[in-house]
Ligand binder design. Structure first.
Ligand SMILES: Nc1ncnc2c1ncn2[C@@H]1O[C@H](COP(=O)(O)OP(=O)(O)OP(=O)(O)O)[C@@H](O)[C@H]1O
Ligand SMILES: [Mg+2]
Length: 436
């Protein structure tokens, strides 16, 4: 449908919800949408040729910057959620969720937390930063556990006990894993899940050692407290290190690429929320280019739909998807340092484009390092010595990579110097493969 302007509909003062407003204050701006998240009847607005609310609904339904936080918003992932619940409930294990950046770990954790709370678990969420300290993090967790769940406190205890928490039982010294496990062993009347999201970001080896020690101590004491760790990694060892002592107490769960059907579900939900429709070839193209990433489906879907709204159309076409993707690439490119932008235009770099794309795929490790062999595997067919020569030619005057020579005669390893470049190469390859 094409939007037509209809003057008569605009003559009377209208609120953004289409209701008449008082004359006093009519000229002042208002919020378009209630803070209740009730977006209202978008389809009606679209018929009335007012895309403002569809735009808001779009920002909400296809936001690529926020995780999903409720069950109704989560597309697919039913099997992973099922396995996660079983690991916590039946195996009483500690769980490590790992997967690529943006694959949906935090979203899954939020929905899992909601589900566990429905079953009366006490779920406490903490996001790890580079600077995360064991003492701070676990004191904060302890302060979220009411003292009434302590076996030593009577449920009929006086009023004062009601406002106290497990943190009040910790001494002034930095907490250590053994002391914490002793404390958590006293939990009665509920079960507790402590979520440590973004665990890959923790830089302090002592933090990781203490967490491993805590897992061991909690398991030995059969405490009613379980840890759920998430992070960017391609396997369990990358995230928790080689810690044989806790291996049997941990279930590792990979969060992999989403299936086409699940990704299409994200777009269908956005259609319901916005009153827009994605043409079949537009949906197929978005899903193909996303490579299983819900983040990319949202980002590309959002941009494509935004273009349709700009033109006051309700059907999002394949052309919108291509133009939206090109806009994303241009934005990512302009976010690179100028030096890198101009290097990418050099003929020797353009000639090596397929190899750079193979390197981008090989760089999907948490720390971004890869070897000649990884690139060779991704590139398929080219000779390893040639791969090494090309990578080495981009260290120096053209400085796309860092190179590190490990001790001994092990292979050197490489890393993209500029953040975001690998992602840009990956998406530009996906767009090229889509036939443009
Ligand atoms: N199952 C899903 N259904 C709908 N949208 C999803 C789903 N999973 C993830 N998303 C969307 O994909 C994007 C990335 O999700 P999320 O932040 O959960 O990933 P992540 O793996 O935690 O990322 P990071 O590695 O950066 O921490 C978000 O915009 C989120 O809303
Ligand atoms: Mg996350």
């Amino acid at each position: 449908m094409i939007f037509r302007r209809d003057r008569s509909a605009q003559d009377a003062p209208q609120s953004s919800r289409g209701k008449p407003v008082d004359a006093a204050g009519a000229g002042l701006p208002r919020f378009a949408v209630d803070a209740t998240d009730d977006i209202g009847d978008v389809a009606h607005d679209m018929r009335e040729q007012n895309p403002a609310r569809a735009r808001l609904a779009l920002a909400d339904a296809l936001s690529a910057s926020q995780p999903v936080t409720s069950r109704e918003r989560l597309a697919g992932r039913s099997d992973t959620l099922q396995t996660l619940i079983a690991a916590i409930e039946q195996q009483r294990a500690h769980v490590v969720l790992y997967g690529e950046r943006g694959i949906g770990k935090t979203s899954l954790v939020h929905v899992f937390a909601e589900t566990a709370r429905e079953a009366r678990y006490l779920v406490l969420y903490g996001s790890c930063g580079v600077e995360a300290r064991f003492d701070d993090m676990f004191r904060t967790f302890a302060s979220g556990v009411p003292l009434l769940y302590n076996a030593n406190v009577s449920p009929t205890a006086d009023e004062a006990e009601h406002n106290r928490s497990f943190a009040d039982l910790l001494g002034p010294e930095p907490v250590d894993p053994r002391e914490l496990a002793d404390l958590f062993q006293k939990v009665v009347g509920t079960r507790i899940i402590l979520v440590l999201d973004e665990y890959d970001r923790v830089a302090d080896p002592a933090f990781r050692r203490d967490v491993a020690e805590l897992i061991k101590n909690l398991s030995d004491r059969a405490a009613r407290v379980q840890l759920l760790l998430t992070g960017v990694a391609s396997n369990l060892d990358e995230l928790i290190g080689f810690t044989p002592s806790i291996r049997r107490n941990i279930v590792g769960l990979a969060v992999g690429p989403m299936g086409d059907g699940e990704l299409l579900e994200i777009l269908s939900r956005a259609e319901e929320a916005t009153g827009l429709a994605f043409a079949p070839d537009a949906r197929a193209l978005i899903v193909r280019m996303s490579g299983g990433s819900p983040y990319l489906v949202r980002l590309l879907g959002n941009r494509a739909a935004g273009r349709a709204l700009d033109d006051r159309r309700t059907v999002v076409s394949e052309t919108d998807v291509i133009a939206g993707t090109e806009a994303v690439l241009a934005e990512w490119n302009s976010g690179l340092p100028r030096r890198v932008q101009s290097q990418l235009l050099r003929p020797e770099v353009r000639r090596a484009w397929p190899l750079l794309i193979a390197a981008a795929r090989a760089s999907g490790t948490p720390d971004g390092w890869f070897g000649v062999h990884d690139v060779h595997l991704e590139a398929g067919g080219s000779d390893p010595a040639g791969v090494a020569r090309t990578l080495d030619s981009f260290i120096g005057e053209i400085d796309l990579f860092d190179r590190e020579q490990p001790a001994g005669d092990r292979e050197p390893r490489y890393r993209f110097r500029t953040q975001g470049l690998a992602q840009l190469l990956g998406l530009s390859a996906a767009l090229a493969r889509a036939g443009r």
